[in-house]
Design a binder for this molecule. Structure first.
Ligand code: TPP
Ligand code: MG
Length: 670
């Protein structure tokens, strides 16, 4: 507690220097944080938030290691200078583990509950070593963050599934400058009363001994009973909200807060317990010296190397080449949706760490497209299960699942409903590997049925790839055939990074005339396609190419079929490249195509404004300008906020073979 207090004091005394990078400290919250940290073991997991530096000290981090983060130094043990003070990520064998912690308040609740879900699964499947059994997960939250929607999703799941987790809430009554009276109708203990099966404990968080004993009891209970708790601690906030937001600007309760300072309370308790004053004074002065030395040492450390900025964007994947048999002999063609089903079945058979969850994927239905049919029967309800309507949980929980060594395959029911999960995808999933400086890649396969088909209407038809490819740190694939879907699904599974699999619903059964090509002979079980490799679907004849009378089309998804149909008129003149992966992208194949033909068309189902398709035009122009003989054409949907329901309206908005054909004609005539 001395170390923690002295860190706050030294940062404050040197604020001109230390507030170069924003930071917050635990001053006032120390007692309950240390009570927690001292009760945790290496088999446990904790997600501290930005005010939890006392948790970090009490699990064994040294003041110097923390101060390295204040100055964003190279040897900051959490992120190597990439993220702020007290935003930990830790994977050391002698301490509780910490997944990457973002700054977004409350957003750690879902990834952390994902850890607990993963632990429960591993216990059921006997996948744990003896020493890992009985681990407890702690999700630390500020009181104000508890009003956020995602926290409710996490509480719901933790309670529903009876997970071994503590929601550890430090209630200082403040949400920066907004107070409890204006931001909540009740505190978290009152709020959680309606959750059946969640035990709630409220406590004075400034009383170290009471907190220690209670947490000791709760943790022992969870180790044997495997069920969730809310631990609600009332605490005073004694320091500033952060280095940048100063308490004297708006706080009206400073005197009252000071009266609850846990530091003199602990000192008094020590005295009562018989620790001599001289010992206490010595402890304090030793701590002050230690923190001063740590401060001086940390400030003198090296900054990170600017050449390292591209380290840890993606973890290396073992799948770098196409392998296995794409078209085994003697097999009949299957529809695309079945290729996906067979791929998942093979994956789950081979890998006990694989599990599948999402809405309606469980036993009763097996997915609204029957894309997971029979999987629950095959593998059991613990491996294939329904979730509530919680896209944020579905996506964000993969962070925790992956951290405990599992390989989750999850599903968002329709691309139109990925938005509630987008926050987790951006804030947590995509940045975990980069901001933890390579400690926590997130291995997840996220299946997303996408695209317009058969009057799906405005909420079941959208294309969303432009938004997804803008999120760096995730891979995005968009296969157009069953064989590609199977090969890419396998590659996604063995990839240590998050991969979004966009699966066009109109291609699932090849019911749309002209999309029969999406059906394919099912590749064998070893078949994999490296992510980032396109495929030539159709070649042009060399004579036309030599005569400068050919076009190269770059497309993906349903665009492949519009282009195939349109190019019937110009047989031999049109080469089609199916990208298959949208991030990373096969630039090499795309640029070679542009150089070969000099005339290029991009076809996509999205609109032509501010889209991925438009960005392809930019890339090709940037790299192949001197080879181009005509402006690059872009065929996409008419630019509207949604796809209307009426079938004529839908058809008018979407590209089609005629539109592509007209574009090809124009290009060839240029
Ligand atoms: C999602 C999100 N919205 C807004 C912010 C800005 N912000 C940072 S701290 C904070 C208040 C959080 O209060 P609380 O959870 O009670 O924690 P405390 O700082 O009081 O310990 C806000 C609004 C943020 N970091 N994340
Ligand atoms: Mg607060």
């Amino acid at each position: 507690m001395c170390d923690s207090k002295h860190i706050t004091e030294i940062l404050e005394a040197n604020k001109e220097i230390t507030s170069k990078y924003v930071h917050a400290t635990s001053r006032g919250h120390e007692a309950v944080q240390i009570a927690l940290g001292l009760n945790l073991e290496p088999r446990d997991w904790v997600s501290p938030y930005y005010r939890d530096d006392s948790i970090l000290l009490s699990i064994g981090m040294s003041p110097e290691s923390l101060l390295l983060q204040v100055f964003a130094k190279k040897n900051d043990p959490f992120s190597g200078g990439r993220t702020y003070y007290s935003h930990p990520s830790l994977n050391e064998s002698d301490k509780p583990k910490i997944i990457h912690q973002s700054s977004a308040t409350g957003m750690q609740a879902i990834p952390t509950t994902g850890i607990a879900l993963g632990i429960q699964y591993k216990e059921k499947m006997n996948l744990f070593a003896e020493t890992e059994l009985g681990g407890v997960v702690v999700c630390s939250l500020g009181d104000a963050s508890c009003t956020e929607g995602e926290v409710s999703e996490a509480l719901q799941m933790a309670t529903l599934k009876q997970l071994p987790i503590i929601f550890f809430v430090q209630d200082n009554g403040w949400d920066i400058s907004a107070n409890a009276a204006e931001t909540r109708a009740q505190n978290i203990a009152e709020y959680c009363k309606g959750l059946n099966g969640l035990e709630i404990v409220s406590i004075d968080g400034s009383d170290f001994e009471a907190c220690y004993n209670e947490l000791n009891r709760i943790i022992a209970t969870i180790r044997s009973e495997r069920r969730p708790f809310v631990f609600h601690a009332k605490v005073p906030l004694l320091g500033h909200h952060t280095s940048g937001v100063r308490k004297e600007w708006y706080r009206d309760d400073l005197e009252e807060a000071a009266s609850q300072d846990p530091f003199p309370k602990l000192k008094k308790a020590c005295e009562i317990a018989g620790i001599g004053l001289a010992d206490l004074i010595l402890t304090e002065s030793n701590s002050r010296k230690k923190v001063e030395q740590a401060y001086t040492a940390a400030i003198a450390e090296e900054d990170p190397d600017p050449n390292s900025i591209q380290d840890f964007i993606f973890a290396p994947t073992p799948i770098t080449e196409e392998q296995g048999i794409r078209e085994p002999k003697g097999k009949k063609k299957t529809v695309m949706v079945d290729s996906a089903l067979f791929a998942v079945r093979e994956i789950m058979k081979e890998n006990p760490e694989a599990l599948l969850y999402g809405q309606d994927v469980g036993r009763r239905l097996g997915g609204v497209f029957r894309e997971a049919a029979t999987l629950a029967e095959h593998f059991g309800d613990h491996r294939v299960f329904n979730t509530p309507i919680q896209e944020a949980f579905i996506i964000g929980s993969t962070v925790g699942m992956s951290a405990v060594g599992l390989k989750p395959i999850v599903e968002v029911q329709f691309a139109d409903y990925i938005w509630p999960g987008l926050n987790q995808l951006f804030t947590e999933v995509s940045r975990s590997y980069y901001l933890s400086n390579g400690k926590w890649p997130v291995s997840a396969v996220i299946r997303v049925p996408i695209g317009a088909y058969g009057s799906g209407g405005p909420y079941h038809s959208s294309s969303v790839e432009s938004v997804l490819v803008n999120i760096r740190g995730i891979k995005v694939v968009y296969p157009s055939t069953g064989a590609d879907l199977k090969g890419l699904m396998k590659a996604a599974f063995y990839d240590p990074n998050p991969v979004i699999l966009l699966e066009h619903k109109g291609l699932y059964w090849s019911k749309i005339p002209g999309t029969e090509g999406a059906m394919s002979i099912e590749p064998d079980e070893h078949y994999v396609i490296p992510i980032g490799k396109g495929r030539t679907i159709q070649e042009a004849s060399q004579d036309y190419i030599n005569a400068g009378d050919s076009v190269g089309v770059v497309t993906y998804g349903r665009g492949v079929y519009w282009t195939l149909e349109a190019s019937k008129t110009y047989s031999q003149q049109v080469e089609i490249l199916d990208l298959r992966s949208l991030n990373p992208i096969d630039e090499e194949a795309m640029f070679a195509l542009a150089r070969r033909h000099g005339k290029v068309m991009v076809v996509s189902e999205e609109s032509t404004e501010c889209t991925f398709g438009l960005s392809l035009l930019g890339r090709i122009q940037q790299h192949c300008f001197q080879f181009l003989d005509a402006p690059i054409a872009l065929i996409g949907s008419v630019d509207t906020p949604a796809i209307p329901l009426n079938s004529d309206l839908e058809a008018s908005i979407l590209p089609n073979a005629q539109k592509v054909e007209a574009g090809l004609r124009q290009l060839l005539n240029h």
